[in-house]
Design a binder for this molecule. Structure first.
Ligand code: ZN
Ligand code: ZN
Length: 364
């Protein structure tokens, strides 16, 4: 079928909205009519990588929300007409998937970031008949329709507004899941969260839901710190990494129980780790390059540090839970959204990059 999609033809170039041909869903796939798709940092990773890492024309988008129009063979639990949020894909049968930790799937790369299905095929061709990469995070949802891998499909209550729910598929579940799943923040505890973008603000909302007594937000931009305060931060810090540990200790004497980094800045990670108390835990979701150095004595005191992907979530359990919290007014992540048409996708990227918009969402 003919669809409209935003294609990235060069790693550093603009998105171009094109007419593409989308194949029928195969076994283990469903055709989804997209209603909305959030834009997340990972859609733009090619901006930061050397050109040789760009694998050719590709449709990105991994926070889709839409309605199932057709179901291929061997698809369990999903039917035509279902309202779905689209999340990451996973293989379903590796040591991580078998331990119900699909975000750490040993086959995450081929299932999410290989420019096609794990077998190398693509569901998309352009007007010249050339291959365009599909199945980004099992979906490639910057498109009016997508053929989606079944493990990316999360059914949600049709009473909810799909134009709001796409960001639950990646960024919002990553921030909320770091707090509620990875760290299991308890009532009365203290947490410091670095970076008040989509991940950090979702984490702040989740820390408030968990009942954390002290929620410290760190960011360089005052408008984001104002949002942090609005959504539950009890303290805000805007300082350089070398003064950060002391500033956190001023807000949480004795150190924090938890920390969460969304900046990907190694110096910030080191400062957050140094600010934990002796049994504190730090989760790191920011994607940086290079090495993180930690002081030996702070580590062997009993602190721990872990990476976090996708909020360590089981999407079919966690996303409906977050959607219900939102509907109940306890998790207002949708207030971070600004909507754009597909034709405005380059404006959406620019507004996100400048910090003006926390979470762009494309509407179809
Ligand atoms: Zn797996
Ligand atoms: Zn993402």
């Amino acid at each position: 079928m003919k669809i409209k999609a935003a294609v990235l033809r060069e790693g550093s170039g603009p998105f171009t909205v094109e007419d593409l041909d989308l194949a029928e869903p195969g076994a283990g796939e469903a055709l989804v009519r997209m209603v909305a798709a959030g834009m997340c940092h990972t859609d733009l990773l090619s901006r930061e990588l050397p050109p040789e890492f760009f694998a050719g024309p590709q449709v990105y988008g991994h926070e889709g929300a839409g309605i199932v129009e057709q179901v291929g063979a061997d698809v369990a639990d999903i039917a035509v007409g279902d309202h779905v949020v689209l999340s990451f894909n996973n293989c379903g049968d590796c040591p991580a998937c078998n331990k119900t930790r699909p975000a750490y799937c040993f086959n995450f790369g081929p299932n999410n970031m290989a420019g096609g299905r794990p077998d190398g095929s693509s569901s998309l061709t352009d007007a010249a008949g050339e291959r365009v990469g599909s199945h980004f995070f099992g979906q490639s949802s910057f498109a009016s329709y997508a053929v989606v891998a079944q493990n990316s499909l999360v059914r949600v209550d049709p009473a909810y507004d799909l134009t709001k729910l796409g960001p639950l598929g990646c960024g919002v579940q990553t921030g909320a899941g770091a707090v509620l799943n990875t760290l299991s923040v308890e009532s009365g505890s203290s947490i410091v969260i670095a970076g008040a973008g989509a991940l950090g603000l979702s984490a702040i909302m989740a820390a408030k839901i968990a009942g954390a007594a002290t929620i410290i937000a760190i960011d360089r931009h005052q408008n984001r710190l104002d949002l942090a305060t609005k959504y539950g931060a009890t303290h805000t810090i805007s300082t350089t990494p070398d003064e950060m540990t002391a500033a956190i200790h001023a807000a949480a004497p004795g150190g924090t129980d938890y920390g969460f980094d969304t900046t990907g800045n190694a110096d910030v990670v080191r400062a957050l780790f140094g600010a934990l108390n002796n049994v504190g835990s730090l989760a790191v979701a920011g994607v940086g390059f290079g090495d993180i150095t930690l002081d030996f004595l702070t580590l062997i005191s009993g602190r721990s540090i872990t990476g976090v992907m996708e909020g360590d979530s089981i999407p079919r359990e966690f996303i409906p839970r977050l959607a219900k919290l939102n509907a109940d007014g306890e998790f207002p992540f949708d207030e971070l959204i600004r909507t754009y048409s597909l034709d405005e996708i380059n404006d959406a990227e620019a507004a996100s990059a400048s910090g003006e918009v926390i979470k762009p969402v494309l509407l179809f």
